[in-house]
Design a protein. Sequence first.
Length: 216
Amino acid sequence: MRVAREPFQFVAASYLVRVWPERAHTLGDMARVLRSCSDESIFYHTFQSLETHHYTAFSSDFAQWILAACNEAALAEQLAAIDLRSMVSLDALREELAGGVEQHLREHSGSADRPAFEPFHFCEALEVTMPVDRRAGNLRELAAGIRQLSLHTLAYHLITSRLRLKLATNDFSYWIEQNLGLPELARRINQLDFYTSTLEDLRAEIVAAIAGWDDP
């Protein structure tokens, strides 16, 4: 079994949630606050929401609220269709979200000031990470480490890593390709659909992909 040039460092990840004082009572409010809220707020209501609700129809909190509180199904579906797997920048994601709402309001001006059934509460996710006493130097050790990860940490390495790496990939695939020279295995893991599978299912699929790889 081939040995990595550099070991994979597992981390423990957790998130502190802070509620903003700002609220959105209308779609007009939502368009405005999407432009001014923090990156941490955009992250919380999209990537963090995906971690919690990734197997539901609308994993974005913004899309959920626009559907349930504003009864704007077409706009909700548009925002829910934004594929976080392709997002490597919160600025780009903010533009997709805010731009989508603004375009909708230009086409449906009467929607801007219509009161929502309930306000949208903006929150922030502050990420806290710490390296743990576990590293992987080969595929067997990587699989063993993945089996032990908390779901928060699994999401950190698998989903939010796209923002950290600024690449449309995850920590596991990046390490496998760069340090073990196995691009095909890296591609297989990166193609796993975290929209339709639970995190536990994804864990099992990653471990199975590694276990089934012939690495002499």
